[in-house]
Design a binder for this molecule. Structure first.
Ligand code: ATP
Length: 281
């Protein structure tokens, strides 16, 4: 039994007369503690996929399943980290995490709760900043808070929607390493959406391409059989890394070119109208 699964999922938006099928026949099986990266182009349906996986959106047909049970609504079992941190600006680092912990573990005593919060603040190395508000933190620090908040709920599955896309390259690299360290320490099933092939190869066990929309679907996965821990500096000269990276880039370029061809070839029906010759009047 897969830990989390999508079975023949279809999602579309709009009325029948003007409908866009965003996801078509999407199937995915993720095993317990596996780290999956889904890569796709902008607008292909990555956020829609996250909404289905996290229970924010019910598919039109097909199902999302957690341990074989249909996901019908969001909850602390399905932890999401968004690109834009979504922290409450009036609460401190501690306060933002406390809110989540109170929701996930309402029976904790105040001592248990404060120890639990301190543990996750320490996990993301923010203990010195625990009393700071989001406006006093850098983008990378805010994303650490967001990660700690989600992990503090001890979700079955951690779903990350382009968690590092808003960060500069150096902070992004730093947080990639941190996420891997945390995943090693606090093993859980991870589905990370990204548009960065290098990031996916560095971090994931499997990379699943999302084809371009409309009617986007998940293609066959690329297996990342590079030994862990993976060191970003030595990977750059690792022939296996380079081959895999090139295969994925080649595949993504190919599906993008095919989608462009389809768009160019799509015939546009023109209205049947006759121009008026004003000069003849
Ligand atoms: N609620 C909605 N109503 C109508 N159309 C929607 C809705 N949500 C998404 N779409 C459409 O579905 C398509 C996929 O959107 P989605 O946000 O899932 O893509 P994405 O890959 O996450 O894009 P990006 O990387 O740019 O954020 C887009 O064409 C979008 O306009």
């Amino acid at each position: 039994m897969a830990h989390i699964e999508l079975s023949d999922v279809n999602v579309g938006f709009g009325p029948d007369t003007n409908r866009t099928e965003v996801l078509s026949n999407v199937s995915l099986k993720v095993e317990e503690n596996e780290f999956i990266a889904v890569i796709g182009f902008s607008g292909s349906g990555k956020s829609t996929l996250v909404s289905v996986l996290s229970g924010l959106l019910r598919p039109d047909t097909g199902a999302a399943l957690l341990r074989n049970k249909e996901i019908t609504k969001p909850g602390p079992h399905l932890g999401i980290v968004f690109q834009n941190y979504s922290l409450l600006p009036w609460l401190t680092v501690y306060g933002n995490i406390e809110l989540a912990v109170k929701q996930a573990f309402p029976k904790y005593t105040s001592k248990e709760r404060s120890e639990h919060i301190a543990h996750y603040i320490e996990m993301v190395k923010l203990t010195p900043a625990r009393d700071k508000r989001p406006s006093e933190l850098s983008g990378g620090m805010r994303q650490r808070v967001s990660l700690a908040r989600t992990l503090s709920m001890q979700p079955d599955v951690l779903i990350m929607d382009e968690p590092l896309s808003a960060l500069d390259a150096l902070t992004r690299a730093d947080l990639q390493d941190e996420i891997i360290r945390i995943w090693n320490e606090d093993k859980r099933t991870v589905i990370m959406i990204t548009n960065d092939v290098d990031e996916a190869v560095l971090m994931a066990d499997k990379i699943v391409p999302l084809t371009t929309g409309p009617n986007a679907t998940l293609a066959d996965p690329f297996i990342v059989d590079l030994e862990r821990p993976r060191d970003r500096t030595s990977l750059n000269t690792n022939p296996h890394f380079k081959k895999l990276r090139n295969e994925i880039i080649h595949y993504m370029t190919h599906i993008n070119a095919e989608a462009k061809k389809l768009r160019v070839n799509a015939s546009i029906e023109m209205p049947d109208i006759q121009p008026i010759d004003f000069s003849a009047a």
